[in-house]
Design a protein around this ligand. Sequence first.
Ligand SMILES: C[S@@+](CC[C@H](N)C(=O)[O-])C[C@H]1O[C@@H](n2cnc3c(N)ncnc32)[C@H](O)[C@@H]1O
Length: 207
Amino acid sequence: MSSERPSQASLDRARAGWDAAYRDGRPPWDIDRAQPAFLRLADAGEMTPPVLDCGCGTGEHAMMLAQRGVEVLGVDLAPTAIAAARRKAGERGIAATFEVANALDLGALGRTFATILDSGVFHVFNDADRARYVASLGRALRPGGTLHLACFSERTPGPGGPRRVTRDELRAAFSDGWHVERIDEARFEVRGAGTHPHAWLATITRA
Ligand SMILES: C[S@@+](CC[C@H](N)C(=O)[O-])C[C@H]1O[C@@H](n2cnc3c(N)ncnc32)[C@H](O)[C@@H]1O
């Protein structure tokens, strides 16, 4: 069944791969500030606490929310990313908390959230893990809670970067037990790129 847990070996491989992205330099998505799309949502009061920043990387979205007084937890599979997030929060005097955790097993956190923020995580998973991820999100989000998700869209040309996602794929992934409120056009800001990749910014509530 697609929502069964992946093996420990595949989880270890994934952790090592993501951790290397942070240890071996600075990945293109690590822009040292929040993505503008999520800043706008925060400014519009659409980040009801408590918030989970799922796959938080080095923690910019969680810190942006904590600075606004929003209770937030950032989690990521990569220990190096979490160490960097904690260091940056300490240096900036920001009270955001961070944990190493698996987005495919958010039930293990033992708590639920009113809002989940996903900046560039949904699009990293293959089909089987995508289904596991949606099930995992469903365990961590309170009924009536909101998921704000930004992923690469099929409008980004070229072979590089993460897999592209269409609006129909988003609707299909969240067809059971969810309500897709809106899917808006957005852009990811990335380091070292002349143009910023097209994204979908989806707002999805848990039934
Ligand atoms: C494209 S990066 C985005 C990071 C961050 N959200 C940002 O906007 O800077 C994808 C992130 O997902 C994390 N990730 C990948 N698989 C994960 C998993 N199974 N559980 C938790 N985090 C995961 C990676 O370590 C990486 O930090």
